[in-house]
Design a protein around this ligand. Structure first.
Ligand SMILES: C[S@@+](CC[C@H](N)C(=O)[O-])C[C@H]1O[C@@H](n2cnc3c(N)ncnc32)[C@H](O)[C@@H]1O
Ligand SMILES: [Zn+2]
Ligand SMILES: [Zn+2]
Ligand SMILES: [Zn+2]
Length: 303
């Protein structure tokens, strides 16, 4: 078995400058260089074709906590309980809940300071991560440091798209192309569902290198800060050791369980790719969102 080769490392506080630096100066692999030459880096979502909401638009009012820390009951950003504990760990991680609870962090309009405990994802990368070449899955992302359970690891950022544009891009892909488009469906109330489509294929951050695992070490949680468009934040679902590959479950188990109707639509022969995650409970194929492939091209945006 060949040893996976490291190609570039990202230090804490991922910035555009650091990213460009590592890609253009420190990379040692011409293939990755070629692969990334068309990728425009963004640490945050950007509005793409058909996006309902501009993800950079400030939507939420701020809290008025000046003299007291942001706490449930007094802080308008915290409805029922703290999102994070004193060690910056997500409180609900590891709970056997069927769905993730919505997370609202304090935002740019809040009166509390930068050190407020309800500001975690907005602090950016805290651990040194590295893009490397895997044996069978293309590029992957691993950590160079230990990551405690519950800590924020990175975002999955990219272009926010409307449904028609998702359809258009999906139809341009071949069965062999890696797919980066992700659909997040959140049940809001009264049966209403909010859909967010993120595509880091052309414009994105390091989250695009995260591979799928049937036994992942990360969990994706929608987190809102300034905008109604959720940041797709990945938290450590367990303690992670230096050198371990980072992965999450593409099916969104926990957040976005596959319905039996969806399962019936799946055509394993044509659309499903083999999963090489290597987990004992591997489901053999990569999960995929059948609704992205099912509707005819040209379905109008709901915007
Ligand atoms: C978001 S990209 C992940 C980064 C990708 N490996 C790369 O080289 O850019 C998703 C694609 O990676 C590949 N991939 C991810 N997880 C995989 C797995 N467990 N087994 C096989 N291929 C995988 C598939 O081609 C998938 O469409
Ligand atoms: Zn507050
Ligand atoms: Zn606050
Ligand atoms: Zn698997």
């Amino acid at each position: 078995m060949s040893t996976p080769k490291a190609v570039h490392t990202l230090h804490p506080y991922e910035t555009r400058e650091q990213y460009i630096h590592y890609i253009h100066v420190k990379h040692v692999n011409a293939t990755l260089s070629k692969h990334l030459s068309f990728l425009q880096y963004t640490p945050e979502h950007v509005a793409g074709p058909g996006a309902d909401i501009d993800p950079t638009q400030i939507t939420f009012p701020g809290c008025a906590c000046t003299d007291t820390p942001c706490l449930p009951g007094t802080c308008s950003c915290l409805r029922h309980e703290n999102n994070y504990d004193d060690s910056l760990c997500l409180g609900t991680i590891g709970l056997e809940a069927k769905y993730a609870k919505p997370v609202f962090e304090c935002n740019i309009l809040c009166q509390c300071g930068e050190r407020c405990r309800n500001r975690v994802v907005q602090r950016g990368l805290q651990f040194r991560l590295q893009v490397f070449q895997t044996d069978r899955k293309g590029w992957g992302l691993r950590t160079l440091e230990s990551i405690p359970k519950g800590r924020f690891v990175c975002e999955y950022a990219g272009e926010i798209l409307g449904f028609s544009e998702v359809q258009r891009r999906i139809h341009l892909q071949t069965a062999h192309d890696p797919n980066y488009i992700i659909a997040i469906r959140e049940h809001i109330y009264n049966g209403q569902v909010m859909e967010t489509f993120v595509d880091p294929t052309y414009i994105g951050n390091i989250g695009r290198f995260l591979n799928h695992s049937c036994e992942p070490n990360l969990l994706m949680i929608p987190v809102r800060i300034d905008s109604m468009v959720p940041k797709l934040a990945l938290f450590a679902a367990k303690a992670i050791l230096p050198g371990e590959e980072l992965s999450y479950d593409y099916s969104g188990r926990f957040l976005n369980q596959i319905s039996s109707e969806d399962k019936e639509r799946i055509d394993p022969e044509q659309l499903r790719k083999p999963c090489y995650c290597g987990a004992p409970s591997c489901a053999t194929f990569l999960p995929y969102d059948s609704s992205l492939y099912w509707f005819p091209l040209g379905k109008p945006d709901t915007s």
